[in-house]
Design a binder for this molecule. Structure first.
Ligand code: GLA
Length: 388
């Protein structure tokens, strides 16, 4: 990949003298979905796929962006004097948002950049191509301009810019997983205070398989923002009777005893998911520590049911993938992963069942949905870095 972006850079900008190449990964979340903006726990890991960027400083204030994933767009031109979001800016709103967020923290770039990007995260798959783009941009700014930020800061800045520049009210999980990724480890993150722990993820005799439904339903961002505000409302109602900061503060018992404070049936289900999913995540990590993969898998399955029925962020295509996965012998657990409304599922599958899994789930998906699913046996990789 680094040769590919360098070659393109030379083609577009003349030569590769003084050009650097950077990478930041995408992520898959194993369990802990829609808990990160509720002060709960998440358990994602960084992937070995992500976003590659060849970049060089310019003498003036121009910004030139080029993505090999959208070659038809050509070079999108902008400038440091135009760090405002716009529809025409398309995908470049992500790197521009990060530059804007750095500037807002007093870290002001004194010259522009020429960039070539290439990502190998399938588009719209829910494996966080946008977070990887935000994190790689932040890492580039830190490295090229000497800004004093940690990788945790990169995650916070990425989330801040996505919330405030791109209008997507996401939590911090995706940016944190990309910025703090560690090979062969998942990250057990408490989003209430950003304390975290790395859990080794060398699964004995099993693999993690990501299945791409190849569907992404429209209005994902607005449905996501709506879920988030439903949870905030439910929290406000609970705060009338309880002294809590987030839904993640509650045990299942405390929730059941106080849920009548929530005055709407839909909001009760949303909040129930947030509370139970957080407890499932804590239990799942404990199960993994005890080498109890069976329990880990059961908790993944329960997570799916809750996301499907109570949180309502699944969709028909994803439910077919999960149901068909559950039928295959040797599948330890399977669930939707990421924001929802399409995208991917994550499954833990015994080594000897991997081929059958792909065949059966793939065939059933084609038959029932009329679409092809893609399967990736996932490798867990490190966070952002400079490659050249
Ligand atoms: C998206 C968001 C994350 C998180 C997940 C759901 O990926 O970007 O912050 O909320 O959805 O768990």
């Amino acid at each position: 990949m680094k040769e590919v972006v360098l070659k393109k850079f030379e083609e577009l900008y003349g030569d590769t003298q003084g050009v650097n190449v950077y990478f930041a990964p995408g992520r898959v979340n194993l369990i802990g979905e829609h808990t990160d903006y509720n002060g709960g726990h998440v358990f994602p890991c960084a992937l070995t796929i992500g976003t590659y960027v060849a970049v060089r400083k310019r003498a003036d204030r121009k910004l030139n962006f080029y993505s090999m994933n959208f070659e038809n767009l050509g070079i999108t031109e902008s400038s440091l004097d135009d760090l405002t979001p716009s529809e025409e800016a398309g995908w470049t709103n992500y790197p521009k948002g990060v530059m804007w967020a750095f500037a807002g923290r007093g870290m002001v770039m004194d010259c522009g950049l020429d960039m070539v990007l290439n990502g190998n995260i399938p588009n719209g798959s829910g494996l966080s191509s946008s977070a990887s783009l935000e994190v790689v941009t932040g890492y580039i700014l830190k490295d090229l301009y000497g800004f004093d930020v940690t990788n945790v800061d990169l995650a916070k800045i990425g989330q801040y810019s996505e919330n405030n520049f791109n209008g997507m009210n996401c939590g911090i999980m995706d940016q944190f997983a990309s910025a703090m990724g560690k090979k062969d480890h998942a990250i057990f993150l408490d989003t209430a205070n950003l304390s975290y722990e790395y859990a080794p993820l060398v699964l004995d005799g099993a693999k993690i398989i990501v299945t791409n439904s190849n569907v992404k339903h429209s209005l994902v961002n607005s449905a996501y923002n709506e879920r988030r505000s439903e949870c905030e409302k439910a929290l406000n109602e609970l705060q009338i009777v309880l002294n809590i900061k987030g839904l993640g503060d509650l045990s299942e018992e405390e929730f059941e005893a106080n849920k009548d404070a929530i005055k709407d049936e839909v909001r009760v289900r949303r909040a129930k998911h947030a509370v139970y999913e957080n407890q499932r995540t804590i239990r799942a990590v404990e199960a993994l520590k005890n080498n109890d993969l069976k329990l880990f898998g059961e908790l993944m399955n329960a997570s799916h049911v809750s996301l499907r029925d109570d949180y309502e962020v699944s969709c028909e295509e994803i439910d077919v993938l999960v149901e068909e996965a559950w039928k295959v012998d040797g599948v330890i657990g399977s669930r939707i992963t990421g924001g929802g409304f399409g995208g991917c599922t994550v499954s833990i599958v015994r080594d000897e069942a991997v081929e059958t899994f792909k065949e059966r789930v793939g065939a059933a998906y084609l038959e029932r949905v009329g679409k092809t699913a893609d399967f990736y046996v996932v490798e867990i990789g490190d966070g952002p870095r400079r490659l050249v």
